[in-house]
Design a protein around this ligand. Structure first.
Ligand code: ADP
Length: 318
């Protein structure tokens, strides 16, 4: 794919703290409508916007905008959306040499948003993301081996997650969405990052009945007890809760007026990964990530809502 000039000049820093994201990359087509069409109905959109998206790309952009050295591994199609899908990564300064073009469509998300209620319905075309297989990942093993942190989500096939998680780098596994993975693969996560809903589905993979856990603390403890080295559960406006073995700690999010929560979880994971790669403790990284997540909900869209180095983050509510 295209090679973009990297704004970074210190190769030693890149060597030590590279964040390699293996994941999905989409074009998001956002249609605003006066009301959602019912089956058989036609409605006229009041606007259409196309943005780069996909959880993997969003997280890579969030980390790169915060100053991390980021490399991306994934696939786009051979259609007109490929360049657009990749544009956000390039603008943020991420290395896209590990993005492969495969025949067929680029991943796309068709988002219809009701003008009055803001409620959305989404149709996702996995496209090239479904073609990210074991071999595609293995061909990029240099980017995986050089990484301090490898970041993966659930929008690529399980075999690609397995291949990306088997190196020596620290693994940030954002199980979003929750896909069928072996317990052993999830146990490589340090941390596993999930929202409350995903945390319950993750427990089900370990054959634990989520209904028996009625507090966030008990869910974090149950996941740790299954042998996951560290766990972070994001709690929306309430921030996040995490543990790497001790009593779970809550980190409240700063109070903000939300404008659009799209991509807040991805901002959180990108920020967390950037700070872990820089050598921070999990606690410090989570404290930073909740502020970045809160910043992202105060602006519209996913990637356009992420802070750059000059933005002032809302203060943590401690
Ligand atoms: P997801 O969108 O993946 O379900 P969450 O809703 O848990 O993820 O949000 C991820 C992070 O974004 C939270 O940990 C928090 O930092 C931030 N966030 C989300 N919603 C709000 C909100 N209403 N106010 C402040 N921060 C928020």
């Amino acid at each position: 794919m295209q090679h973009h000039e990297s704004p970074r000049t210190d190769p030693q820093r890149d060597q030590k703290s590279l964040v390699t994201v293996v994941g999905s990359i989409n074009a998001d087509i956002v249609l605003r409508v006066p009301l959602h069409p019912l089956p058989g109905e036609t409605v006229i959109a009041t606007s259409m916007d196309v943005h780069p998206g996909g959880k993997g790309a969003n997280q890579a952009v969030a980390a790169a905008r915060l100053g991390a050295a980021v490399a991306f591994v994934g696939a786009v199609g051979t259609d007109a959306y490929a360049d657009l899908a990749i544009s956000g990564l390039g603008e943020a300064g991420a290395d896209v040499a590990g993005v492969v073009a495969v025949p067929g469509p680029t991943g796309q998300a068709f988002v219809t948003v009701d003008d009055r209620t803001g409620e959305n319905s989404i149709v996702v075309v996995p496209g090239a993301n479904a073609r990210v297989d074991r071999n595609l990942v293995k061909r990029q093993h240099g980017l995986l081996e050089r990484a301090a942190v490898v970041v993966i989500q659930g929008e690529i096939p399980p075999e690609a997650v397995v291949a990306a998680s088997s190196g020596s780098a620290r693994l940030v596994l954002n199980l979003a969405p929750v896909i069928p993975l072996d317990k052993e693969v999830i146990r490589r996560a340090d941390p596993l990052v999930v929202n409350e809903h995903e945390a319950r589905l993750a427990l089900a993979i370990f054959e634990r009945d989520a209904k028996r856990f009625d507090t966030d603390e008990s869910i974090v403890e149950a996941l740790l007890a299954e042998g996951i080295p560290s766990v972070v559960v994001t709690l929306g406006a309430a921030g996040a809760i995490f543990s790497s073995g001790g009593a779970p700690l809550r980190v409240p999010a700063p109070t903000v007026t939300p404008v659009d929560t799209t991509g807040a979880g991805d901002a959180f994971v990108g920020a967390l990964s950037a700070r872990l790669a820089a050598g921070e403790s999990l606690e410090a990284a989570v404290k930073f990530a909740v502020r970045v997540g809160a910043f992202a909900v105060t602006r519209r869209g996913a990637q356009p809502s992420y802070p750059g180095p000059d933005d002032v983050l809302p203060e943590g509510a401690e």
